[in-house]
Design a protein around this ligand. Structure first.
Ligand SMILES: NC(=O)c1ccc[n+]([C@@H]2O[C@H](COP(=O)([O-])OP(=O)(O)OC[C@H]3O[C@@H](n4cnc5c(N)ncnc54)[C@H](O)[C@@H]3O)[C@@H](O)[C@H]2O)c1
Length: 665
């Protein structure tokens, strides 16, 4: 059977042979055994719904075995035999080009070069699922291959509920992931309902088919490091020879040295796991490997004297570096931490004073003792950071729960009011006010031809459009514009493409729409093939998350999720090709509501009308909310947008003088 025939048949007519062994170089962790006997029966009953009765007795045994071995029913037998990767769009059997674009993006998210646990349909973050099982994948692809532009596929947490009649103007796919009645969003609720096969954790771009590999994280980290230096340096100074000290060379944290090099500073990144450090060095993501603290001190002093731009991986504990640099009086300009403190007790954070192996041994054999070490180490680390901060170091939390866990360990990290932390998070201080409030966020696109020449052409188009916009940009956003132009200029050289021919670029509402319009014109002229537009959910409007994306909202509304819901509804009737809304993602189940979109540009006038309408709303919804929260930068941005588009009318806040409130209560 050809690839096209396999897609069109959905669930195969003949029961595929059982896979005797699964080639799985990176299996997903075994999930919690949380279901009662009756619930396990329900999980099997649920799984068998996808198949004809005549297969039930055979499959029931196999699915029961999967549930026992993995804690989930992945239906491994039904994984297709063809390779999974983003093929050129014409390769997909389809009546709707929009649907073919979605098939391409789904396969990209399951490509073993892109996905973390491809056999279990997990794209990233350990549990970021595209589907719960292979039956859902097969049926979804079949629906997409047969649907028209007057139907919409509704997907409930990976399950394709069905094709419903709609219209050309409606999205082709509506995705929800992990949406729960609010009281059922505890960690164990996910374990239970995912095991039952009725929900999944879509992370951000996993369950919405918009993940594009590590490129996104490098760009975001570069912007963060660059702006951190800007906060503390004079306009005449540059970061060369100045130190950024941090930790972690893992999944996301591994982007830090590369980002530091692009930002132009000395990056020192401590990593306790020698294998992780060596891997990043081999990949060319970090320049120098050092495993002795004395040698590190010597090398750093040389780098400072020569005003070098260099990244150094220190194989050892971050606490050791903070403490030694304090006694050596090595001045750290910018400091952060990217150990996995969202998971402190099972290997996310390795305490000082123990070797990597000793820690792993304690985690297995004496978890309570391990916790004591972690807490003591966090207190030591925070004390040392406080010493550096007293000398002028700018420290920020990188959304990894460092300050939260340090505070729980009893470290001195609270501000004078004993409520807030004494150090800001990266969104509170950097990404929020400097990017999101102005509308700058991680816009992205994928060239559906699969040709790298198309990506080069889109890079050139985007650079030209941004350069033109920058000529008339107000001073408030000149720096952002320049950063994004620099990024796109060097994007190819930075060699970040993994999987589909994709690019990420921070841009505001004006930039996103003008770039997209220019792409659409180039497609119409036959200069490039169709393009899929999208963005990370970690953006201006798509995500309500009180300790991350909306952590710089100070009117008390950061615990509400109206913005994300409006965004998905608003995008859906303004022309998105597909929309998604998820519970969980990044910071955890129940901690965030996040959404995104995808839009296929095919060079038509319809696509032009849609992109203008949808991209404008997709960014300005969030700016409006941020300005209503009295954020200065958002107030500036929304007023400017209202001038640009007189049919935009946003309710603006009146600012109350402190003196009015002072003696009221
Ligand atoms: N990069 C971002 O934009 C971003 C945004 C939000 C949150 N985060 C958070 O950053 C954290 C890191 O993410 P990741 O994907 O890199 O995780 P990861 O687990 O893959 O990597 C963390 C690394 O830290 C190392 N480590 C642990 N303790 C250490 C210590 N004391 N000294 C030196 N090294 C130590 C580990 O060996 C590991 O390699 C997570 O908590 C994540 O949620 C990152």
């Amino acid at each position: 059977m050809t690839f096209q025939e396999q897609i069109l048949q959905g669930i195969p007519a003949e029961l595929p042979l059982k896979k005797e062994s699964i080639q799985n170089p990176n299996p997903a962790p075994k999930r919690k055994d949380i279901l009662s006997k009756e619930e396990k029966q329900l999980a099997i009953r649920n799984a068998l719904r996808y198949f004809p009765k005549k297969w039930h007795s055979e499959l029931s045994l196999e699915f029961a075995e999967e549930l026992k071995s993995f804690g989930r029913i992945y239906m491994h037998r039904f994984k297709p035999t063809y390779d999974l990767y983003a093929r050129p769009i014409e390769m997909y059997p389809a009546k709707s080009k929009q649907a073919a674009g979605i098939m391409l993006m789904i396969q990209n998210n399951l490509d073993p070069a892109v996905a973390q646990h491809p056999e279990e349909l997990i794209t990233y973050g350990g549990n970021g699922a595209v589907f719960q099982n292979w039956a859902q994948y097969l049926i979804t692809m079949q629906y997409l291959a047969t649907m028209t532009d007057e139907q919409t596929l509704h997907m409930y947490s990976g399950h394709p509920m069905g094709l419903f009649p709609s219209s050309k103007e409606a999205p082709r796919v509506v995705v929800t992931n992990g949406m729960m009645v609010p009281n059922y969003s505890q960690q164990d609720d996910w374990e239970k309902f995912n095991a039952l096969g009725v929900t999944q954790y879509g992370q951000m771009t996993a369950g919405s088919f918009m993940y594009i590999g590590p490129q996104g994280i490098v760009h975001g980290t570069t912007i963060t490091v660059m702006n951190a230096f800007r906060k503390i340096l004079k306009s005449t100074e540059n970061p060369a020879g100045k130190i950024f000290l941090t930790s972690g060379l893992g999944g996301m944290s591994g982007a830090q040295p590369k980002a530091g090099n692009i930002a132009g500073c000395i990056t020192i990144c401590a990593e306790v796991n020698a294998k992780a450090a060596i891997k990043r060095h081999e990949q060319g993501w970090v320049d120098v490997l050092i495993d002795s603290i004395d040698e590190l001190v010597k090398r750093v002093k040389i780098a400072q004297e020569n005003s070098e731009v260099v990244s150094i991986a220190f194989i050892g504990n971050i606490v050791e570096v903070w403490e030694r640099f304090d006694t050596e009086n090595i001045f750290i300009h910018v400091g952060s931490d990217q150990t996995s403190l969202h998971n402190p007790w099972s290997g996310g954070y390795y305490p000082a004073g123990l070797s990597y192996e000793e820690s792993n041994d304690l985690i297995r054999n004496n978890p309570e003792k391990f916790k004591i070490h972690v807490r003591a180490s966090l207190v030591r680390q925070a004390n040392s950071i406080n010493n550096h901060a007293a000398k002028g170091t700018y420290f920020f939390d990188y959304g990894n729960a460092f300050l939260l866990e340090a505070s729980r360990a009893g470290a001195n990290v609270f501000a004078e009011n004993n409520i807030d932390f004494k150090y800001p998070s990266y969104v509170q201080d950097i990404l929020g006010p400097m990017c999101f409030d102005y509308g700058f966020g991680p816009f992205r696109w994928v060239c559906t031809s699969g040709k790298s020449e198309d990506l080069d052409k889109t890079d050139a188009i985007a650079m030209e459009v941004l350069s033109e916009i920058m000529m008339n940009s107000p001073k408030e956003i000149q720096l952002q514009m320049q950063d994004n132009i620099t990024w796109i200029k060097n994007a190819k050289t930075n060699k970040l493409v993994v999987g589909s021919q994709a690019r990420i670029l921070y841009a505001d509402a004006e930039g996103r729409a003008k770039i997209a319009e220019a792409f659409n014109n180039a497609i119409a002229k036959g200069e490039i093939g169709a393009v899929v537009l999208g963005r990370d959910h970690h953006d201006v409007s798509g995500t309500d998350s009180p300790y991350r994306e909306t952590s710089n909202i100070y009117d008390g509304s950061k615990f509400t999720a109206d913005m994300a819901i409006h965004n998905v509804i608003g995008d859906s009737f303004r022309g998105a090709t597909w929309v998604s809304i998820h519970n969980g993602g990044g910071v955890g189940w129940g901690e965030v509501i996040n959404g995104g979109f995808g839009m296929l540009l095919d060079g038509t006038k319809d696509a032009e009308r849609r992109l203008k309408s949808m991209l404008f709303y997709d960014v300005n919804n969030g700016i409006a909310r941020r300005s209503w929260a009295r954020n200065d930068e958002a107030l500036f941005a929304i007023k400017r947008e209202m001038q640009r588009r007189p049919d935009l009318k946003v309710t603006l806040p009146n600012i109350v003088e402190d003196t009015i409130l002072k003696d009221l209560f």
